[in-house]
Ligand binder design. Structure first.
Ligand code: SF4
Length: 372
């Protein structure tokens, strides 16, 4: 019996739940090596030309055509009408087109909806404080994630495009984001390979936030030669362009959906248009791959955040996703230093608040228990 099974027997048991299996079907099949991860399919679709020779406009046109072709091929692979081995290995692939577009975006960065427009390749830095370089602070098998994900091959990237005053990873996201190991795409691929070869069920891109590192992550998949589900563990403040680059690559989404309105998002995370951006992206993501949504319940934010978040999920994507209603909020980072500035969130949750959050989820018919 392996150690992780002893630590997390629920990670085995969870697959006896037919709702979990049904909603996470694609992820489950890739995890068990019954299907190829989406990035492996992207590598088999012929771009037909060298992407580096195209303008950005031409690249997007080609990308969108290839996305349609991906949809056709993917559905044939889902229904066992086609296998990866039947597809050729082109000189330039759909993945190469994505990599090239990501490099061009770096010249005037809009990986996320801050849309800083800085030239990160020349060393400029935007809101996330990153130039073109990617820093990894740690990578290991994570046993604390949701049961279907454990052991999760987690890679923690430095820096973030949010400024959450209660951040629990503040050391790598806010205070010392550049103190990690600088990695290029090749090294990142080796990390992923090692994680998978030693038993990870997935590669969990997290931080901080993975979004500002999209260019390195996409390029790493070019060098990655093992089958492993790609998991995007994000605040989902991605731009539409980033969502387009990701949606045919990610096998399972693990988004945070914290705030039920823009006022709370701006006051507690320094983010504008949170609601419009995140709900737009969640819809795109839910159409493209399985998803487990995390909602961190905040003290005193049941009515303004928990209720509208769960209501939106119930009204829009309830039957496609699983939801983890999280009760482990702790006042950390700036809230622990200056609790008088954010009195509403300067304590842990009361048991009555936790019960209320679960009651709302139950009332709305949201499936949350199998993964909590
Ligand atoms: S990733 Fe987002 S925050 Fe960072 S420079 Fe690009 S647009 Fe700005």
């Amino acid at each position: 019996m392996s150690l992780w099974y002893v630590l997390r027997p629920d990670a085995i048991k969870v697959w006896e739940n037919p709702v979990v299996v049904e909603r996470l079907r694609w992820y489950y099949d890739v995890m068990r090596d019954r299907k190829p991860a989406k990035f492996m399919i992207c590598k088999r679709l012929d771009a037909g030309c060298d992407p580096s020779k195209l303008s950005l406009e031409e690249l997007w046109k080609l990308h969108d055509d290839l996305s349609k072709e991906f949809g056709r091929v993917w559905s044939m692979i889902c229904s066992d009408e086609l296998s990866l081995d039947e597809l050729p290995r082109p000189k330039f692939s759909y993945l190469d087109v994505k990599i090239e577009i990501a490099k061009r975006i770096l010249l005037s960065c809009h990986f996320c909806e801050h849309r800083c427009g800085v030239n990160r390749l020349s060393g400029e830095r935007g809101f996330c404080r990153l130039d073109y370089r990617t820093y990894v602070h740690s990578w290991f098998h994570h046993y604390g994630e949701e049961a279907p994900l454990v052991p999760s091959g987690t890679i923690f990237y430095g820096s973030c495009n949010f400024r959450c005053v209660f951040c629990q990873n503040w050391d790598i996201s806010q205070e010392h984001p550049l103190d990690g190991v600088e990695v290029d795409a090749w090294r990142l691929a080796l990390m992923q390979k090692e994680l998978r070869k030693t038993g990870a069920r997935n590669i969990n891109h997290v931080g901080g936030e993975p979004t500002p590192n999209l260019h390195t992550i996409l390029e790493s998949l070019k060098y990655l030669d093992v089958n492993v589900p790609q998991l995007w563990n994000s605040n989902m403040y991605c731009s539409v362009e980033t969502m387009k680059l990701l949606k045919d690559v990610i096998d399972i989404w693990l988004p945070d959906f914290k705030y039920g309105n823009n006022k709370c998002a701006e006051r507690l995370s320094g983010i504008k248009n949170y609601w419009e951006v995140v709900t737009r992206n969640l819809k795109i993501a839910a159409e493209s791959a399985p998803m487990i949504i995390r909602h961190l319940v905040l003290p005193n934010h049941i009515e303004c955040c928990t209720r509208p978040v769960l209501k939106w999920i119930a009204d829009n994507i309830k039957d496609k996703v699983l939801v983890n209603v999280m009760e482990q909020y702790r006042p950390e980072w700036l809230v622990s230093k200056y609790p008088e500035k954010w009195p509403d969130i300067s304590r842990r949750l009361r048991s009555s608040e936790i019960e209320e959050a679960y009651a709302i989820a139950r009332e709305l018919g949201i499936v949350y228990e199998p993964v909590s």
